[in-house]
Design a protein around this ligand. Structure first.
Ligand SMILES: [Zn+2]
Length: 203
């Protein structure tokens, strides 16, 4: 039997098809996952189904940092101990966690949840750029640290944000993590020590 053959039961086949369309899952692993969920892991399957249902109803972008949250304001933004005058712009929650793990940074975050991809025509609005400008204004941000990845899309994204912020708020200091980080690598895969020195040596 070929690994990508269609399951004879149409409901199961549809599930396999849905899982296989997710990033990182091929038809084979999708079929194995569906089979596990419907047999040995029925408890988790119920929890996943109910959890997704609830999260889909409640999820939205945090009004301050743009990350996805099911709370009115995300836990990071509720933490009053963080330095509000500094704002670090990252592409993803994974990158935010990587910067956080370096312990070199105590300011706020803005999570783009993506990056500008000229080929796909990503709009700055989709990355929350208007929301970012509002936050810079309302919270008196004095330094914006661009921690987008050193990939072509990350560079384009950093450039666009820098020029937009500079136009509206010329007094804000704009820095980028130092080039000590490996080129072409997502922040989330860099080690904590490299990120820490990139934060310290930012310019
Ligand atoms: Zn937030």
């Amino acid at each position: 039997m070929a690994s990508n053959s269609i399951h004879p039961d149409s409901r199961i086949a549809r599930l396999e098809e849905l899982f296989a369309s997710l990033p990182g899952l091929g038809p084979r692993s999708a079929a194995r996952l569906v089979s596990e969920l419907l047999t040995a892991r029925r408890g988790e399957a119920h929890e996943i189904a109910a959890g997704l249902e609830t999260a889909l109803k409640l999820v939205h972008h945090c009004p301050r940092c743009h990350t996805l949250t099911t709370d009115p304001v995300c836990s990071f933004c509720r933490d009053a101990s963080r330095d509000k005058t500094r704002l670090c712009v990252v592409e993803s929650v994974a990158d935010q966690k990587a910067v956080e793990a370096s312990i070199a940074y105590q300011g706020g975050y803005f999570v783009l949840m993506g990056r500008i991809n000229p080929l796909e025509g990503t709009e700055p609005e989709a990355l929350g750029v208007p929301q970012l400008l509002r936050r810079v204004k309302e919270e008196g941000v004095s330094e914006l640290i661009l921690a987008t990845s050193y990939t072509p899309e990350g560079d384009v994204t950093a450039h666009l944000i820098a020029s937009t912020v500079r136009k509206h708020f010329p007094e804000v200091r704009i820095t980028r993590l130092s080039k000590g980080l490996p080129s072409g690598v997502e922040l989330e895969y860099a080690d904590a020590a490299s990120i820490a020195s990139a934060v310290i040596e930012r310019r």
